[in-house]
Design a binder for this molecule. Structure first.
Ligand code: GLU
Length: 297
């Protein structure tokens, strides 16, 4: 437990090096945790081997360190957490909260793109099938939640009713399952991340409720986009941020989050800039948009 009870985290997927957008998420979650005298954890989300890039985990950790973003406790790797995921799957099964499904993406697309619970009563075996959570077992679908930056967030009603996948047909654990189980096991009290994950939050709250666990608070930071709707990402070949000369990029990320560092401080080291930023961090200064366009991030 941290001094204050606050535990935050940054949870990158090792699909490439850190880019400016991921630095913003790392920095926002770090400053929010440290300004609350909390702990800041780093978790490598390596549950999707086909999307992983060799050496990316080490590179991400080295980059965080070059930017002075030092984590508390040891780094957790999702690839080593399968016992915990299996335990959760067992609990869901015992309470009949999940079921197997053999519907292909093509079939679901033909039915309008939304999965309508066709396999709920079919009692299919686990072999070669996906595993879905039965959302109808919730007292109420999750149609909205409160975000400490974005305010009241309304989710798509049809998506809220959809039985989503928690283990894929190919045997890989779904992101929504892994992220919730790890956040529970690591005692995370508040999740600070990019606004691209707003739509998945309803599914995650659903899992917390079915597991009878307290939901953390949420802060979804504005996304860095290069044109409306196009987020900076490893997939669209965003440039890796500079490890050799971190200060200009760190200052730019702070400015993106609404914090201009005074001239007296900005000549120092990453550590002295971060010390200033922890003391002066103020969530109300962070822009409330879900995306902000930068021409040359
Ligand atoms: N691993 C996810 C990503 O890199 C972030 C998960 C999260 O913060 O909940 O997009």
């Amino acid at each position: 437990m941290s001094q204050s009870g606050y535990i935050g985290r940054f949870a990158p997927s090792p699909s490439g090096s850190l880019h400016f957008g991921s630095l913003v998420a790392a920095l926002g979650s770090y400053l929010q945790a440290k300004s609350k005298q909390g702990k800041w954890l780093v978790r490598i989300e390596d549950i999707d081997p086909p999307r992983e890039v060799d050496g990316a985990s080490e590179d991400i950790l080295a980059t965080l360190s070059a930017y002075g973003l030092h984590h508390d406790d040891r780094v957790i790797y999702q690839s080593q957490q399968s016992t915990h995921y299996e335990q959760a799957l067992k609990a869901f099964k015992q309470q009949q909260l999940s079921y197997n499904c053999d519907c292909t993406r093509k079939i679901i697309k033909q039915q309008g793109g939304l999965y309508l619970g066709y396999c709920r009563e079919r009692a299919l075996s686990a072999e070669d099938n996906a595993l879905r959570i039965n959302v109808a077992k919730l007292a109420q679908p999750i149609t909205h939640f409160y975000d400490l930056l974005q305010g009241e967030v309304t989710l798509n009603k049809q998506q809220a009713d959809e039985d989503f996948i928690i283990k894929r047909k190919d045997g890989l654990y779904a992101y929504n399952l892994a992220v919730v189980i790890d956040d529970i096991n690591q005692g995370v009290t508040e999740i600070v991340r990019g606004a691209d994950l707003l739509p998945t939050t309803g599914k995650q709250i659903c899992l917390y409720q079915l597991l009878g666990q307290k939901t953390p608070s949420y802060i979804h930071l504005p996304l860095v986009v290069t044109e409306p709707g196009l987020k900076l990402s490893k997939q669209n070949h965003a440039l890796a941020i500079d490890k050799q000369n971190p200060i200009p990029t760190l200052l730019k990320a702070l400015a993106f989050l609404g914090h201009e560092v005074p001239a007296l401080v900005n000549k120092g080291s990453c550590e002295s800039i971060l010390n200033w930023a922890v003391k002066n961090w103020c969530l109300t200064k962070v822009p409330k948009q879900t995306e902000i366009q930068l021409l040359s991030p």
